[in-house]
Design a protein around this ligand. Structure first.
Ligand SMILES: CC(=O)CC(=O)C(=O)O
Ligand SMILES: [Mg+2]
Length: 220
């Protein structure tokens, strides 16, 4: 197990952000997407991280900025082609994360067969909560995650509804590229995604574990 010192250093700086898409059937349905036979995933740059106290900035080209609340899994020990049954040994802990998405841009990219980088990888597209050590969460597949905008509940989901479990995701990704200490996996959004506007306040939490708040700002 990694010591907590280098881990907090990586958490502060942020490393690779690996995002899983369509991992909840109801969210795939609301997006009009088919269920994946294997995990679908994409990357955000480490500069997408934003911590509480700093705003979420809407990119200048985006007219429809969406929230997606997701459980984040922080890797504590390098994982290269690991089997499912030992995959959880590579987890240091968890965080609540937002996969902020320029939905109009994503639609354009999907229509044109272009990558999703503009839609998903802009600066401040990955707000994160405090780090939660894994000892505080005995079963990450039994968590209620929720999100409110200006006090109104928009998303509430249960991690038991993930299509691909956390060990499956770690094993699958680690057979494609090595997961390093400090990498973060966003495990996909439950249903209820929707738009936010400048000056909106997003509050989100993992029930009984952690909450976080962010303000939305317009960049352009
Ligand atoms: C449709 C999406 O944007 C995929 C995604 O990010 C998800 O969480 O699902
Ligand atoms: Mg997402």
């Amino acid at each position: 197990m990694a010591s907590s010192k280098p881990l907090s250093r990586f958490w502060e700086w942020g490393r690779n952000i690996v995002c899983v898409g369509r991992n909840y059937a109801e969210h795939a349905k609301e997006m009009g997407s088919a269920l994946p036979a294997e995990p679908l995933f994409f990357l955000k740059p480490s500069s997408a991280y934003v911590r509480e106290g700093s705003p979420i900035e809407r990119p200048y080209y985006c007219r429809e900025l969406h929230h997606e609340v997701e459980l984040g899994v922080l890797i504590g020990r390098r994982a290269r082609a690991v089997p499912q049954d030992t995959a959880m040994e590579h987890v240091a802990g968890y965080a609540l994360c937002l996969d902020m998405t320029a939905r109009d841009t994503q639609k354009h990219c999907k229509d044109k067969g272009l990558p999703w980088t503009l839609a998903k990888g802009f600066g401040s597209s990955c707000p994160v909560s405090e780090f939660v050590p894994k000892e505080k969460i005995p079963d990450p597949h039994k968590l209620r995650i929720w999100l409110k905008v200006n006090g109104k509940l928009r998303q509430e989901g249960d991690t038991s509804n993930m299509i691909f479990s956390i060990p499956y995701l770690i094993s699958y990704i680690s057979h494609i590229f090595t997961l390093e200490e400090g990498d973060l996996i966003l495990t996909g959004s439950p249903e209820g995604v929707g738009s936010v506007e400048a000056n909106d306040e997003i509050e989100a939490g993992i029930r009984d574990v952690v909450t976080m708040k962010f303000k939305v700002q317009s960049k352009g």
